[in-house]
Design a protein. Structure first.
Length: 605
């Protein structure tokens, strides 16, 4: 047992505190009971928490911990409304250090279910039990034995006395899946605590109680373990940030596996979650989300945990300082991790092969399978690593690469100083380099008066350039639809900053005098001008980024273009200086890595 975070007596809260508490319905379903009981166990300093469900928690939820326990004479008090040992005055509300503080959970549970608490405050296991029927005020106290120090709370037949609420609950599998989501989040956020979750005796989750990496592996499997990139600790003001993100080899169709915690509490803070998403969005495929754990620690007085009845939202003073930091960290960590070719089998649409623990609803279906079928069912069909690179952790940055030659005039074969083999897609690599150049140009050139004005000393060659824009020999007329013209008109200044000099020419016709100039681009200027003007009139908030991506894509070296060894090397060197080195601007992988150990074993060298 660790030192609990509170050692004070359990007391009724003063009226003025009760009035300030964001109270509400805290118990909605079995998962909310699980959440409240885990909070209590953690607050009691537990190092191991066992959660047992029967029928997904509809029939029974039992949470046992090895925490500090409850004094026998305080058991009944703990189940009264607004009784707590965690805060005692209004001042305490402003610096909460525990997960619970409202003194509501046990009483709210007791109002809608049978509640039994057995608690021992000594190693001999001499314990007191209290059994409360729904609505029962006093309950029944007994002296019992328990194998050790700690508390076991059992909740039976949730909402049996409130049929209207009971009817809103889903089936056992869905309810178990919700409870699993809660337990999984707490297990990742408190990796030093051992968590066990069973449903009808079947083990669903078991974590080692060590560190975050080992906990993530215990939940998601060893393949994911090799794709995990830790980050932090990083410090912003007085906040600390650390966590991990899985490489793009393992992504999910939902945000379900993106976990954010503040001071040990899983939260859904919109600003932080959207900062995280804007960090990974450019480097993952559309619609895919990573496995990500972000643990944020702040001084307790900079946090208001008292804004949401379910305690799922908090107000955070450092929110606006943290958000860009979080975005950059995630973008940088994910965007520079070279992708191991042996850890993916389908780089275009990576899917995460769901191990047993993750999709409860399918467990029972699989009970009837033969052993062979079971093995296949639980073995990842995609995303599986070969046993030979089992000792290869994910690496977080592209190393200095030396070009060996071109394959099919499409892929550059290269080697790293560590002896790993890299396959680099020449088009995507160049696209990434050009895209970043454009982003840089945009940042620098927004101060220039007109992007396409040729300087006085411009040499009189056929296609003079301005450094940003390249003047066309003959201006091009581009005709748009009236609605496109309306979208494009207010964007002309921003286009000029990119080097696209485009002026209204009456009606929905525009005159293009210069197009962006990108080094190494082999575009036909006229077709380029037309295509870009079309792209620039796209009806979207991200149009400028889409335009930069499209510009980079249209200008980049094509697949099928022969490159000399020196050109290949220049491309690799330029790529290394990019801010994001592992994916093209569309979010597709641009390099694959075959580790030396994989090659050694595969060829049995
Ligand atoms: P809160 O957690 O907001 O204080 P609860 O109704 O959840 O309110 O719990 C009431 C009190 O009962 C807690 O303040 C704590 O002192 C005690 N308690 C509840 N669960 C446990 C536990 N598992 N171990 C030790 N004490 C507990
Ligand atoms: Mg509580």
């Amino acid at each position: 047992m660790r030192d609990p975070r509170h050692m004070r007596p359990i007391e009724a809260l003063p009226r003025e505190v009760i009035d300030r508490i964001a109270a509400g319905e805290v118990i909605e379903r079995p998962a909310s009971v699980v959440r409240e009981l885990i909070d209590n166990a953690l607050d009691a300093g537990a190092t191991a928490i066992r959660i047992e469900l029967r029928d997904g928690g509809l029939r029974l939820i039992r949470v046992s911990d090895d925490g500090c326990g409850i004094e026998p004479e305080e058991l009944a008090i703990a189940c009264q409304p607004h009784t707590t040992s965690k805060i005692h005055s209004l001042d305490d509300l402003t610096s909460i250090t525990t997960l619970g503080f409202r003194g509501e959970a046990l009483s709210s549970i007791a109002a809608v279910a049978e509640l039994e608490i057995i608690s021992a405050r000594n190693a001999e296991g001499l314990a007191t039990s209290l059994l409360l029927q729904p609505g029962d005020e006093s309950g029944k106290l007994d002296v019992v034995t328990r194998s050790s120090w700690g508390t076991t709370v059992t909740v039976r037949d949730l909402f049996s006395n409130v049929p209207a609420r009971r009817s809103l609950l889903r089936g056992p599998r869905t309810e178990a899946a919700h409870a699993l989501s809660v337990a999984r989040a707490y297990a990742l956020i408190h990796p030093a605590v051992r968590f066990i979750l069973t449903d009808d005796g079947q083990l669903i989750l078991q974590t080692p109680g060590t560190d975050l990496l080992a906990t993530a592996v215990s939940i998601y499997g060893s393949d994911v373990g090799r794709a995990l990139l830790p980050f932090g600790p990083l410090y912003v003001d007085d906040a600390a940030l650390s966590g991990l993100v899985a490489t793009r080899s393992f992504t999910f169709p939902t945000r379900e596996h993106v976990f954010v915690a503040i001071n040990g509490r899983p939260i859904t803070n919109r600003a932080l979650v959207s900062a995280i998403e804007s960090g990974y969005r450019p480097v993952l495929h559309k619609g895919r989300h990573p496995l990500l754990v972000a643990n944020i620690t702040v001084p307790p007085d900079s946090l208001d945990a008292n804004v949401h009845p379910g305690k799922a939202e908090v107000l955070l003073r450092q929110e606006s300082a943290l958000a860009p930091y979080l975005r950059e960290t995630i973008h940088h960590t994910l965007g520079n991790a070279p992708i191991s070719a042996t850890q993916i089998s389908h780089p275009i649409a990576p899917t995460f092969a769901v191990p047993l623990q993750l999709h409860l609803p399918t467990i029972r279906k699989r009970r009837g399978l033969t052993l062979g079928e079971r093995k296949r069912a639980y073995t990842p069909s995609q995303g599986s690593a070969t046993p030979h690179d089992a000792d290869e952790p994910a690496i977080s940055a592209l190393s200095q690469l030396q070009s060996l030659g071109q394959f099919e005039e499409t892929i550059i074969l290269a080697q790293s100083p560590q002896g790993h083999l890299y396959l680099v897609d020449q088009h995507r690599a160049h696209e990434r380099i050009l895209y970043e150049e454009l982003v840089r140009q945009r940042a620098h050139s927004s101060s220039l008066p007109s992007a396409a004005t040729a300087p006085d000393d411009e040499p009189t060659n056929t296609t003079p350039t301005t450094g940003i824009g390249q003047l066309l020999l003959e201006p091009i007329l581009v005709e748009l639809t009236p609605s496109q013209a309306e979208i494009l008109s207010p964007r002309l200044a921003e286009l000029a900053a990119l080097g696209l000099d485009c002026q209204p020419f009456g009606g929905s016709v525009f005159l293009v005098r210069a197009v962006p100039h990108l080094p190494g681009s082999a575009q036909q200027p006229a077709a380029f001008a037309r295509a870009l003007t079309q792209d620039a009139s796209e009806d979207s908030d991200d149009w400028i980024d889409h335009l930069c991506i499209s510009l980079a894509c249209r200008s980049a070296i094509r697949r099928g273009q022969p490159l000399t060894l020196a050109e290949q090397q220049r491309l690799l060197d330029d790529l290394r200086t990019a801010a994001t080195t592992s994916v093209c601007p569309h979010g597709s992988p641009l390099a694959l890595r075959y580790s030396k150990s994989f090659l050694t074993h595969a060829f049995e060298w």
